[in-house]
Design a protein around this ligand. Structure first.
Ligand code: PMP
Length: 424
């Protein structure tokens, strides 16, 4: 995948060259457990990834050794905790190659990051007749916030179509851009298809008509190097839990001039400069958007997840998952009655499929009895499923700790499910 993604950058010095990641399974304690008496084969990584010991330990250590509220304390522990929190912001900045750490706002995850932009930027900048352009493959969290904005402002949601293989129709996308387009919101990588969108190119075209661009990076950051300056986007959102970090923490990158011009979206402690009953004034970004006591332990553990990712080497991970995707594609294509949904040329490690005569939910349940964890359903992409004329798919999604034995277990379990349904 590293070769196909736009906005990719070289690894930091010290990252090792591409090599097998077999030993890394041992970094994830949960992978040693059994499920229903079977070895756990975890292939639901697009929903959430498992956590390495380093991340689990970082969160526990924070509570054991460093816990105090941040920013407001004069005592040593509060300053120490603040330092850890802000060091994680710097790690996120480096992960995304943002120009400055003030461009990183901590949020609960991708969903909250997108909603922040919808509430703060969109509601103040859009008016009736303005257009928001998304694509058919967006996750509900990159659809519904914009529908809410449209309902409030009179703006109009436009949707760029995709082809049968699941690639964005670039000509149609370009044709939908115009003087009314104020915002483009697009996934970097589709969670349901694995399609990698040419985000730098999309940003270029969108900027040419004066639109602001938000990239939903939920499915990208753990799988490829991301460079927001190379992509050129105005906003970039991601979730820590899909990046081997904890749940309940993520971040929004926003260009500094944009963030500084945006009003707060939640009021409370830590986001103000002064408060009086007559009027209050706001802190600069990013504090302006971090009202109340944040998920400090989550932020610290997210920093540990980024350290872990970099120690393995993001380009090694990308190469490994790319090879495993090719292996998995061959294995699944060999199964009669199996139809892959999402076969675009540039793809990340997602295998979405249907099987003749077996509902995805039934398949997921049968696979579960064999310890194989996949996801079945619409994957929070109901309009996309409608586009393919199906209620949902079964989806196996890869992470750095998966290997050929996991894919073999998946393929074997699918064949046994088929035998079961055929009464063999
Ligand atoms: N966008 C995409 C492409 C996703 O895959 C997901 C998670 N499935 C989200 C947004 C939402 O992420 P979260 O639930 O962590 O906020």
């Amino acid at each position: 995948m590293s070769v196909v993604l736009q906005g990719a950058r070289a690894n930091a010095p010290g990252d090792a060259p591409a090599a097998g990641l077999a030993a890394r399974k041992a970094d994830f304690p949960i992978l040693a457990r059994s499920v229903r008496g079977r070895r756990l084969v975890y292939l639901d990584n697009a929903a959430t990834t498992q956590k390495p010991e380093a991340v689990i330990e970082a969160e526990a250590r924070y509570y054991r050794e460093s816990n105090a509220n941040i920013h407001r304390g004069v005592h040593w522990l509060s300053q120490h905790s603040t330092d850890l929190y802000e060091e994680s912001r710097e790690r996120v900045r480096a992960l995304l190659n943002a120009a400055r750490s003030e461009e990183i706002v901590f949020t609960r995850g991708t969903t909250e990051a997108i909603n922040l932009v919808a509430y703060s930027w969109a509601r103040t900048n859009l008016k009736a007749g303005d257009e928001i352009l998304i694509t058919t493959m967006e996750h509900h969290s990159n659809i519904v916030p914009w529908q809410l904005v449209c309902a409030q402002t009179g703006a109009v949601l436009r949707v760029a179509p995709i082809g049968d293989e699941g690639a964005l129709d670039l000509d149609a996308f370009d044709a939908l851009l115009g003087p009314r387009t104020r915002l483009v919101a697009v996934a970097h990588v589709s969670n349901a298809l694995g399609t990698v969108n040419p985000v730098a190119r999309l940003v270029q075209r969108a900027h040419a008509v004066g639109a602001v661009v938000l990239v939903d990076g939920a499915q990208a950051v753990a799988h490829t190097a991301v460079d927001v300056q190379a992509i050129g986007c105005d906003f970039y959102a991601f979730s820590g839990h899909k990046l081997y970090g904890p749940t309940g923490i993520g971040a929004l990158y926003g260009r500094h001039e944009l963030l500084q011009a945006m009003p707060p979206w939640q009021g409370g402690g830590d986001m103000i400069r002064t408060v009086s009953f007559e009027a209050s004034t706001w802190a600069d970004a990013p504090q302006r958007f971090e009202a109340g006591t944040p998920n400090i332990a989550g932020v610290v553990a997210l920093g540990a997840a980024i350290d872990y990712l970099r120690s393995v080497g993001i380009d090694r991970i990308a190469a490994h998952e790319h090879e495993l995707l090719a292996y998995g594609t061959r294995a699944l294509e060999a199964i009669p009655g199996l139809r892959l949904i999402g076969t675009a040329a540039g793809k990340a490690g997602i295998l979405s499929f249907t099987i003749d005569g077996i509902h995805p939910h039934d398949l997921g349940t049968i696979l579960d009895t064999e310890g194989v964890a996949i996801r079945a359903g619409h994957h929070c992409t109901m309009p996309l499923m409608k586009r393919f004329g199906i209620p949902g798919t079964a989806r196996a999604s890869l992470a750095l700790y998966n290997d050929e034995s996991d894919v073999d277990a998946l393929a074997a379990a699918i064949r046994r499910a088929q035998d079961l349904f055929e009464g063999k």
